[in-house]
Write a new protein. Sequence first.
Length: 294
Amino acid sequence: MPLKGELRDFSTTQLLNLINLAGKTGTLTIFKANKSGEFEEVNGKKREKITAGPERAKVSFRTGKLIYAMMDGQDGNLVSVLNKAGKLTDEQARIIRERAKNTTDKALALLLINANYVSQNDVVSCIQQHTLDVVYNLLSWNQEPFRFDDDVLPDNNRIQVPIDLENVIIEGARRIREIEELNQHLPNLDMALKFPENPKEKFKGIHLSVEEWRVVSFVNPKNSIRQIAKANNMSEIEIRRIVYGLEQAGLVELVKPPGMEQSVAAKTARRPAPAKPQVQKVVVNRLIDKIRSI
């Protein structure tokens, strides 16, 4: 019988500790929390009952070690993971997706390594980092229903990199504190970004990561931070961390996007279909040219 519960009663950190100490093999599935409209009394306090909605994340373990993680809404295949880490360019990723549609991650990894696109260490480290990013993100969840199924594991065609849980739990505790600070600093992802005055001077001597450049390329008061995150396949924590760093460095400023002052009801009634974020290509190209010339 699977272990079932809610993260508001049994936290993700406690689950990881249990799985680690018991050396469990299986998959933890976390679901969206849907409000039921009914109430219950727990420890003398009344709270609303929740029901399990669609799956939000899956995390798999083998003999107490973390081996796989995926989150709904994020493309976790090998090409996307390598592209996000900067090991494949956007063009390379597009071509590989077209030519290897029905190729498994394991088979594709061998092809890419033999073709000298990436090294074996690149594949392992990128998969490991992707897995950790997913787990660190869901450590901050605090109410979702969950289910742990013994001996249920992902498809063997998925690349699985065993990771010790002790360090994950310790680092996770540190990141939870960081997440709380980031959420306080940037509580609303519907805000937008703009460049400050004299952006060329601000970017002089600055070295940005691949992910930071991707965020910078979408900086436009018309693009919400939420849209930028979706366009770059980033989680809320990842986009908050990058925006915070860029803001602290004076490279971007927070602004309200057009129409944000409207009432929630008005916005809901007139909300258009989600549009692809617009890229300020001229500004970005000038910045890149300037930086390359330094």
